[in-house]
Design a protein around this ligand. Structure first.
Ligand code: B1M
Length: 214
C-alpha cells in the first residue's frame, strides 16, 4: 500500500489531475480506507506543496493544479467518507470561507463530512462577506454556521462575521464553529464563537455537539 500512497503524493505534487483520482480509486479497490489515503498521501503531499509555495519552488498556477488534483481525489473518496447516519436530519448548516479568502479544499472536506453525518449544508463557497452569512442564515433558518479561513490576514473576517450575526439579532439562534490552519481554540474564544475544529472530522463532531446543545 505504501507504494501507491507515495505515487498519489508524487502525482498530486506534479498536479496530475487525472492520475490522482485514478490512483485513489485503485487504492480503495486494494482495500485502503479513505481516511488512510488522506492521512498517508493527500494531506502530506499538500503540505509539501505549501512548503514549495513558500520557498518559491512552486508558483500559483502549479499550486492550483495540485489543489484541483486533490479535490478530484477527494471526490473519489467522498462516498466512503460519508457515514451510515446520512439521513439523520440534524438541521441546516450555513458554511463558507470568509471574505478575502479563496482556499476551499479544507472547507469542502468539512462539507462532505457534514453531509455524510446527516446535516443539510448550504455552502456559500469562498470569499463570503459577513452580510452573506447573515442573509443565508435568515433565508435557510440555519441553526449552525461554519467559518473557514486559511490566511492569517482573513481571520479578522471571522470576528466580523460573528459581529454581523450579533447585530442582525441572530446570535442567540445560531451556534458558530470555525477552523482552518491558522485558527486556534484561543482565537475562537476571543471572537466569541462556539466551537473549534482542528480538522474536518473534529469540526463535524463539534457541529453534532452544538446541534444537540441547540
Ligand atoms: Co494558499 N496559502 N495562498 N493557495 N495555500 C497557504 C494557506 C499558505 C500557508 C502557503 C504557504 O505560504 N506556506 C499561505 C498562508 C500564509 C498565512 O497566511 N499564514 C498561503 C498564501 C500566502 C496564499 C496567497 C496569498 C499566495 C499569493 O497569492 N501570493 C494566495 C491567497 C489567495 C486568497 O485566498 N485570497 C493563495 C492562493 C492559493 C491557491 C488559490 C493557489 C490555492 C487554493 C486553492 C483552493 O483552495 N481551491 C492555495 C493552496 C492550495 C494552499 C496550500 C498549499 C494548501 C491548502 C490546502 O488546501 N490544504 C496552503 C499551504 C498548506 O496548508 N500546507 C496555502 C489541504 C486542506 C485539506 O487543508 O485547508 O488546512 P486545510 O483544511 C484542514 C484544516 O485547516 C481544517 O480541516 C481540514 C483538514 O481536515 N479546516 C476546518 C479547514 N476549514 C475548516 C473549517 C472548519 C473546521 C476545520 O469549521 C467550519
Amino acid at each position: 500500500m505504501l507504494e501507491i500512497y507515495a505515487k498519489i503524493s508524487e502525482e498530486l505534487i506534479a498536479g496530475n489531475l487525472s492520475e490522482v483520482p485514478n490512483l485513489c480509486r485503485q487504492a480503495l479497490e486494494d482495500g485502503a480506507l479513505a481516511q488512510e489515503i488522506m492521512d498517508e498521501s493527500l494531506f502530506p503531499a499538500m503540505d509539501i506543496v505549501g512548503q514549495k509555495m513558500k520557498t518559491g519552488e512552486m508558483f500559483i498556477p502549479e499550486v492550483l493544479r495540485s489543489a484541483k488534483s486533490m479535490q478530484a481525489g477527494l471526490e473519489v473518496l467522498k462516498e466512503k467518507l460519508t457515514s451510515e447516519d446520512a439521513d439523520l436530519g440534524r438541521g441546516t448548516v450555513v458554511i463558507g470561507t470568509v471574505q478575502g479568502d479563496l482556499h476551499d479544499i479544507g472547507k469542502n472536506l468539512v462539507v462532505m463530512l457534514l453531509e455524510g453525518a446527516g446535516f443539510k449544508v448550504v455552502d456559500l463557497g469562498v470569499d463570503v462577506k459577513p452580510e452573506q452569512f447573515v442573509g443565508a442564515v435568515t433565508d435557510h433558518g440555519a441553526a449552525l454556521v461554519g467559518l473557514s479561513a486559511l490566511l492569517t490576514t482573513t481571520m479578522p473576517k471571522m470576528s466580523e462575521t460573528v459581529q454581523a450575526l450579533t447585530e442582525a439579532g441572530l446570535r442567540e439562534k445560531v451556534k458558530i464553529f470555525a477552523g482552518g490552519a491558522p485558527v486556534t481554540q484561543k482565537f475562537i474564544d476571543e471572537i466569541g464563537a462556539d466551537g473549534y475544529g482542528a480538522d474536518a472530522a473534529s469540526a463535524v463532531e463539534k457541529a453534532k455537539e452544538l446541534a444537540q446543545a441547540g
